[in-house]
Design a protein around this ligand. Structure first.
Ligand code: HEM
Ligand code: HEM
Length: 337
């Protein structure tokens, strides 16, 4: 905690260097995307395991609050990706280090240049929806839907603390260093390289995913009846439910291969490992002085990462049949009676 307070005060006190601010921004945007990803993988799994709940989750994405958040999310992903590429490139090119400051400004400029047309296209989808007079979920329902997630986060944090206490009792607190971060260890060198290589691989995957969900179509088109489902070569969403949208994409076979399931699996594996290892970096930075909390931070990232990987993979291996689509239709009808 003291470390966190010190980072905040020192960042505010230390004026002038853009490098400091780009580090802060990279950290905040990474954390924002990890938070969204956690909710997103859980609710995407409902398309298979809990179709009625998936209808609610997508209705939440289509509410004004989440529409605002969607613009913030896209800005975070784009800044973090471009800045991440700068870090990966400059780390391997010491002769370019003298240009760090200029590179940080270039990252901001490229982010702006990408964001302007992207926001205009996203805004056109948003405008079309709100002009159509279609109903949307009231704010109170949207907020109530987030409460179980807070409970889930608290449960994961308590489990991580308990594991840390047990670990401390069995191994003794001096052993705590074994779960910290030691830049010299071969394990940490692996993760250092992993963050850079996975970042490079994530760029086309996550940009492709966001282009499909926000530009080629809008978030509102996920539930548009009679609308062609993006990436399926013309398959139509007959029921106009989010569950059929996912079914049409995941059941599509190209040469016998379920291309969108494989695509989503690669995206899932890379973003979860990258995102939760990044979260470990952040949490362990701020818990240096407490072996108990430092171990708990590592356990928290492992518990959350493994749970999301298992849930996301389970959904990708599951089937979405006609019954699930009918359940979703009923749920959608009762959402806006
Ligand atoms: C508001 C923005 C987003 C929307 C509307 C959206 C929408 C969707 C939808 C409809 C699916 C279902 C599968 C499919 O049709 O391919 C899906 C799956 C997925 N999305 Fe997104 N997505 C968004 C942002 C993101 C971001 C920023 C990431 C990465 C950080 C991401 C990662 C994933 C992953 C990993 C899956 C597969 C989950 C699983 O295996 O269960 N999505 N997304
Ligand atoms: C889109 C492509 C991406 C690229 C090129 C990228 C690149 C990077 C790089 C190079 C680092 C620095 C690692 C280090 O300091 O050792 C990093 C850190 C991080 N990334 Fe990403 N990343 C990407 C996507 C994501 C996504 C989708 C998430 C969330 C799911 C994420 C979350 C984080 C977090 C939390 C950190 C730690 C930040 C810190 O230590 O201050 N990144 N990223």
């Amino acid at each position: 905690m003291t470390a966190l307070v010190m980072t905040v005060t020192e960042t505010l006190r230390y004026r002038g260097a853009i490098g400091q601010w780009s580090w802060v921004l990279h950290r905040i945007t990474g954390l924002g995307v990890v938070l969204f990803l956690t909710l997103h993988v859980i609710d995407t799994s409902w398309a298979v395991f809990y179709p009625e709940k998936y209808v609610e989750a997508i209705a939440t994405y289509q509410s004004p609050l989440f529409t605002l958040g969607e613009f913030g999310l896209i800005a975070c992903v784009i800044y973090h990706a471009i800045n991440g590429l700068r870090i990966a490139l400059l780390d391997n090119r010491p002769h370019l280090w003298q240009y760090q400051q200029r590179a940080a400004y270039i990252v901001l400029a490229i982010t702006g240049i990408i964001l302007i047309p992207v926001f205009i296209l996203m805004f056109s989808h948003v405008l079309e929806f709100y002009n159509s007079g279609e109903p949307f979920l009231p704010l109170a329902d949207v907020l109530a839907g987030q409460v179980p997630f807070i409970g889930g986060f608290a449960a994961a944090a308590i489990a991580a603390l308990l594991y840390s206490v047990i670990h401390g009792v069995i191994a003794g607190d001096t052993e705590s260093k074994a779960v910290g971060r030691h830049s010299g260890s071969s394990v940490e060198r692996f993760w250092w390289s992993f963050m850079r290589i996975s970042g490079l691989l994530i760029v086309p995957l996550v940009f492709g995913h966001l282009a499909m969900m926000h530009i080629l179509q809008g978030v509102f088109d996920i539930t548009a009846q009679g609308h062609t489902v993006v990436g399926t070569g013309g398959i139509v969403n007959q029921s106009g439910t989010a569950v059929e949208f996912v079914a049409n994409r995941w059941n599509l076979l190209v040469g016998g291969v379920a291309i969108w399931r494989i695509y989503d699996f690669l995206l899932l594996a890379l973003v979860v490992l990258h995102g939760f290892n990044g979260l470990r970096y952040v949490l362990t930075d701020y818990t240096m002085s407490s072996p108990l909390l430092r171990r708990a931070s590592v356990y928290l990232c492992v518990i959350a990462g493994v749970t999301l990987l298992a849930l996301g993979t389970g959904a990708l291996l599951g089937t979405i049949d006609q019954t699930a689509i009918e359940m979703a239709q009923e749920a959608a009808a009762s959402l806006h009676p």
